[in-house]
Write a protein that binds this ligand. Structure first.
Ligand code: NAD
Length: 483
């Protein structure tokens, strides 16, 4: 088999198998071929992973941050040196074109490890003068964190969670999506090779039940989930019962607003990136493209012309720009949304059917004349389906853009920067762009408002979510007591 790992799990610094766990078949979405066979974690595997993490964290959390940083920097070096091999595995696991996985997935993960390695030694507390007495604060690790991943950026998600967790002195038990379980195992192996003590980053496979077991275990201090809104609600509720910290990176239906003074070619390019990159399987995608009416037809004709030139095909081919969806279930779901958009009266501009490059392809699809009440404007499709809506005024588009339960991302294209800032200031979204879309450098906080989640990944903001403050009052004189 093309990508069979040595075992299903990586626990306490080594591969671990337990064939009693439910089978998980990994398919290469490019062809539908089975590339690995794994097993879900049994209670014994989970116990080994959590107990190992608890034991390893006690020492790791007390080490000098710069020592922890050195290990992460070594891992960065290994990831960059093995870029091609890792990109290939990511393409096999997800079906995303090798063009993308070479530049986006592991490279972004390596950036996160590098950033938090650099940041960790700078994380300090404060001293609070109290007129003779004083207090100080310490930022302590939380303990053992659970990471639960989605299937669209499996290795990036593993790195984005592991990097701040480990740099700041925590241990992690990570459960990848059952659809794309391979990349996280590589990360675990690389961290050991880089000198990380055993037990600090464990990977256990499984479906929702394994994630739920992590979210409810009393030894887990925090749950960081990347997934859909319904899963987020369940995991948040389970974590709340145990008073655990959470980071929730969930779904979206984000607005991308194009005003009539915008550089239209840039706006079209951004709308395509924000709907067709990774075959549209990106949480922050600008899937409601609001175009000001006076430029709507010009926007649509340039969009259709450029979309027609997208090169779809074998994800492993050098020139392929557009791959299949990740699974048969996702393929069926996306085609269902396309049929529904047609039935509800949206105007099909291009695409609109399954692609003929392989079993899981869907054509890059654009619908125009979409209205706010159509299903396509309300629900997350998570596929290459762009909804174009039109608007007249700034006030109107702000209200309509905010008329959703989601609040992950938003974008504005305009030549008038004052308007850009004014509009972004009124949009309910955690991650925003002006005259750009979907760029997520590690230096910038990434996260959501409303139903799309809470907490922030990347940047200094993540420190808040992987540490807790201990406050220490220091008395310097006799104790003043009425008794
Ligand atoms: P999903 O919600 O189906 O699954 C996400 C993960 O949660 C998987 O590992 C799954 O096994 C696990 N899970 C399922 N039920 C669980 C439970 N009850 N308890 C604990 N864990 C459970 O999502 P998906 O289909 O894998 O991914 C697509 C979704 O992820 C989309 O909605 C997308 O928008 C979202 N996403 C968000 C971000 C972000 O950063 N905001 C990034 C990528 C994807």
């Amino acid at each position: 088999m093309k990508a069979q790992p040595k075992a299903s799990h990586f626990v306490n610094g080594d591969w671990l198998e337990d064939t009693a766990g439910a089978p998980i078949e990994v398919i290469y979405p490019g062809t539908g071929e089975v590339i690995a066979r794994l097993h879900a974690a049994t209670p014994a595997v989970l116990e080994a992973a959590i107990a190992g993490a608890v034991a390893a964290q006690a020492d790791w959390g007390r080490r000098r941050p710069i020592e922890r940083a050195r290990v992460l920097m070594k891992a960065v070096e290994i990831i960059r040196a093995r870029g091609e091999e890792l990109a290939l595995l990511e393409t096999l696991d997800t079906g995303k074109p090798i063009q993308e996985t070479r530049v986006a997935d592991w490279p972004s993960g390596a950036d996160a490890l590098e950033y938090f390695a650099g940041l960790a030694p700078t994380v300090t507390g404060e001293t609070i003068p109290l007129g003779g007495d004083f207090a100080y604060t310490i930022r302590e690790p939380l303990g053992v964190c659970a990471g639960i991943g989605a299937w669209n950026y499996p290795s990036q998600i593993a790195c984005w969670k592991a990097a701040p967790a480990l740099a700041l002195g925590n241990a992690m038990v990570f459960k990848p999506s059952e659809v794309t379980p391979l990349g996280a195992l590589k990360l675990a192996e690389i961290l050991i090779e880089a000198g990380m003590p055993a037990g600090l980053f464990n990977v256990v496979q499984g479906r929702g039940a394994v994630g739920a077991a992590l979210a409810t275990d009393s030894r887990i201090a925090k749950v960081s989930l990347t997934g859909s809104v319904p899963t987020g609600a369940k995991v948040y509720a389970a974590a709340a019962a145990g008073m655990k910290h959470v980071t929730m990176e969930l779904g979206g239906k984000s607005p991308l607003i194009v005003f009539d003074d915008a550089d239209l070619d840039s706006a079209v390019g951004a709308a395509m990136l924000g709907n067709f990159y990774s075959s549209g399987q990106i949480c922050s995608n600008g899937t409601r493209v609001f175009v000001q009416r006076s430029v709507k037809e010009a926007f649509l004709s340039r969009l259709a012309a450029r979309t027609a030139k997208i090169v779809a095909g074998d994800p492993l081919a050098e020139d392929t720009q557009f791959g299949p969806l990740v699974s048969a279930a996702q393929h069926e779901k996306v085609l269902g949304y396309i049929e529904r958009a047609k039935a509800e009266g949206a105007r099909l501009v291009c695409g609109g059917s399954a692609g003929n490059e392989g079993p899981l392809f869907v054509q890059p699809t654009v619908f125009a004349d979409v209205t706010d009440t159509m299903t396509l404007a309300r629900e997350e499709v998570f596929g290459p389906v762009m909804a174009v809506l039109d608007f007249e005024t700034e006030e109107e588009v702000i209200a309509r853009a905010n008329g959703t339960e989601f609040g992950l991302a938003a974008g504005v294209f305009t030549a008038d920067l004052a308007r850009g800032h004014r509009v972004i200031g009124q949009l309910a979204a955690g991650t925003c762009w002006i005259n750009a879309y979907n760029l997520t450098p590690v230096e910038m906080p990434f996260g959501a408002v409303k139903a799309s989640g809470l907490g922030r990944e990347n940047s200094r903001a993540a420190v808040e979510h992987y540490t807790q403050v201990k406050a220490v009052y220091v008395g310097t004189g006799p104790v003043d007591s009425p008794y």
